[in-house]
Design a protein around this ligand. Structure first.
Ligand code: CU
Length: 342
């Protein structure tokens, strides 16, 4: 081997080393790597609470088209009590969006023609001023479009950000977006979507008929209703969530606020895993977890004993006097080694 050949080989070794070091550095950026190649396109399959879209099976990012519609609609707040809700997807909470880290999202926000007001969306999964609020602002009968890349995995709240923002949120304009990490989430038996929020009505809790929003109570943080999934007993009694003994249940829990922090608890269960505030840190064996207003958590629990489990905000007057209750009904065999009467 002559000297020329040796120096050429040496040079190519250096080049390869530089290239691979460069790749390593970009992998280490705060977003866990944005160097994955985006290929293909799909339309997001959205769901309404308490259901969650199916897990993502792709092992690469893609372009995801998300079509949301804002709708103003009178719906049930409690038995014999109605409210003029402002919504994403004609439901409270709004559509659940499920994407993968590094997906490129095209978000089309359509404001229904019979809406009275403009609306918009601020997704906490967005890197960019306002979370998309300004780009997405849309008048009745129109559609706005903006794009964002889902750099950070986690469970995030989205909400309307049109003035007066507190009123738009108080009337029901929020939902959840899950950005799955590159490798996905571990498989579980059942997944559900639960979102807490509170309502400020002119009349007190339990009043029959159509209720109006009370700005003064909102400012004073004096909620009449604190509910899961948009109304009293939306997922309790005959509409309870279901599971079987031996199954692991994952709840994607959001708190739309607009004011209150949730002391989230399932009576008679322990969360084996809690993705604290919807992020990457997993805490184990927790009884109650705090969910801030505008925040979320993923909780997982294995159901060992059959029966009915109450899902509550353990700020307990909210359960008995304001509606903060949902339920999981678990069927299957008793296990007296775990739980029995004497
Ligand atoms: Cu709005």
């Amino acid at each position: 081997m002559n000297m020329n050949k040796i120096s050429r080989n040496f040079l190519s070794v250096i080049i390869v080393a530089v290239i691979s070091t460069g790749c390593k550095n970009s992998d280490k950026n705060k977003n866990g790597g944005t160097d994955e190649e985006v290929s293909g396109q799909e339309t997001a399959q959205l769901s309404l609470a308490p259901m969650v879209p199916p897990p993502i099976t792709r092992n690469h990012p893609t372009k995801v088209v998300v079509n949301l519609t804002t709708v103003e609609k009178v719906m049930r707040l409690a038995d014999s009590t109605q409210y003029m809700f402002w919504t994403f997807g004609a439901a409270v909470p709004g559509n659940f969006i499920r994407v993968r880290q590094n997906d490129e999202i095209e978000l089309n926000l359509t404001n229904a023609p019979d809406s009275k007001l403009s609306h918009s969306i601020d997704l906490h999964a967005v890197n960019g001023p306002g979370g998309g609020a300004e780009f997405s602002s849309v008048a009745p009968g129109h559609t706005s479009t903006f794009h964002f890349k889902a750099l950070n995995p986690g469970l995030f709240v989205y909400h309307c950000a049109t003035a007066p923002v507190p009123m738009h949120i108080a009337n029901g304009m929020y939902g959840l977006i899950l950005v799955e990490p590159k490798g996905g989430l571990p498989k579980v038996d059942r997944e559900y979507y639960i979102m807490q929020s509170e309502f400020y009505t002119k009349q007190s809790f339990g009043f029959k008929g159509l209720q109006e929003f009370d700005m003064d109570k909102g400012i004073k943080e004096q909620a009449e209703y604190v509910v899961f999934n948009g109304s009293v007993n939306a997922n309790a009694g005959k509409n309870a969530l279901i599971a079987k003994v031996g199954e692991t249940v994952r709840l994607f829990v959001g708190n739309g606020g607009p004011n209150l922090v949730s002391s989230f608890h399932v009576i008679g269960e322990i969360f084996e895993n809690v993705y604290l505030e919807g992020g990457e840190t997993i805490s184990h064996n927790m009884g109650t977890t705090l969910i801030p207003s505008g925040g979320a958590a993923i909780v997982e629990m294995k159901m060992n004993v059959p029966g009915t489990y109450n899902i509550v905000d353990h700020s307990i007057f909210r359960v008995f006097n304001k509606g903060a209750l949902a339920q999981i009904k678990v069927s299957g065999r008793e296990d007296s080694t775990i739980f029995r009467r004497n």
